[in-house]
Design a protein around this ligand. Structure first.
Ligand SMILES: Nc1ncnc2c1ncn2[C@@H]1O[C@H](COP(=O)(O)OP(=O)(O)OP(=O)(O)O)[C@@H](O)[C@H]1O
Ligand SMILES: [Mg+2]
Length: 228
């Protein structure tokens, strides 16, 4: 097994869909090691979500490629890329993307159900991760009945439930108070140490970034080491 879980080379993304051409990334290369906790910071509109979507096979780069555990997800068709995402990655979206008609437990169990897990096992594991994010008393609430921070924590549990080698998280603590934010931070540290899970976390939270192993700043379409 390789010690580099994500290898991205020369990524660029051009948006050219009628609203005028926008070049967001300008040849970004990035290696993420097993168990590493990496923060990505940068101003609004600098391309952080764009980069995370490319790393997570949710979008295709204009140039460059992304390997996850040695598998070239950029070369895959949509179906294979979706399968690879479910097998290899956890993704926390900036705007959570929980399914409105399912409750918290069902939302978190869903990635395991997609893999064909038995419902009872999927729900047991979902409950475990909802406990870990302090949501044990909200299992049967639907997203519309949860607070913004609770939705965010459910989305984090959903990304962790498959115990992937790498979790990509877009502003995971954006709606959280200090206590809950600290709990998430401790959970990431524990999983990176005990399970070798790598984390790539986009954040505006400098306190969170400071606790990571490495912080990179996205600016002018390129990543630079940030030593704030
Ligand atoms: N589908 C699209 N079509 C055209 N332009 C887009 C599209 N998606 C994003 N952009 C532009 O690309 C730039 C980067 O967007 P992105 O969402 O990656 O920024 P971000 O760093 O995540 O910002 P924020 O901190 O506000 O979440 C923005 O200027 C945005 O307007
Ligand atoms: Mg964003």
């Amino acid at each position: 097994m390789t010690d580099v879980v994500i290898k991205a080379s020369n990524l660029s993304r051009r948006y050219d869909e009628g609203s005028g051409r926008v070049d967001v990334l300008n040849g970004v290369s990035l290696d993420v090691s097993r168990g590493e906790r990496l923060a990505i910071i940068g101003s609004s509109g600098s391309g952080k979500s764009t980069l995370l979507h490319l790393l997570g096979a949710l979008d295709k780069p204009t140039t460059g490629e992304v390997l996850i555990q040695g598998e070239n997800i950029t070369a895959m068709r949509a179906k294979a890329a979706g399968d690879a995402r479910n097998r290899l990655l956890g993704f926390v979206y900036q705007f959570h993307h929980l399914l409105a008609e399912f409750n918290a437990l069902e939302n978190v169990a869903l990635p395991l159900m997609i893999r064909g897990a038995k419902p009872s096992e999927a729900e047991a594991r979902a409950e475990h991760y909802l406990n870990r994010v302090g949501m044990s008393s909200r299992l049967s609430h639907k997203p519309g009945q949860l607070s913004g921070g609770e939705r965010q924590r459910a989305a984090i549990a959903r990304a962790l439930v498959t115990e992937p080698c790498c979790v990509l998280a877009d502003e995971p603590t954006g709606n959280l108070d200090d206590t809950n934010s600290g709990m998430i931070d401790e959970l990431l540290t524990e999983l990176s140490q005990d399970s070798d899970t790598a984390f790539v976390v986009v954040t505006h939270d400098i306190a969170l970034a400071a606790k990571m192993d490495r912080t990179l700043m996205l600016s002018d379409g390129l990543l630079q080491l940030f030593e704030g």
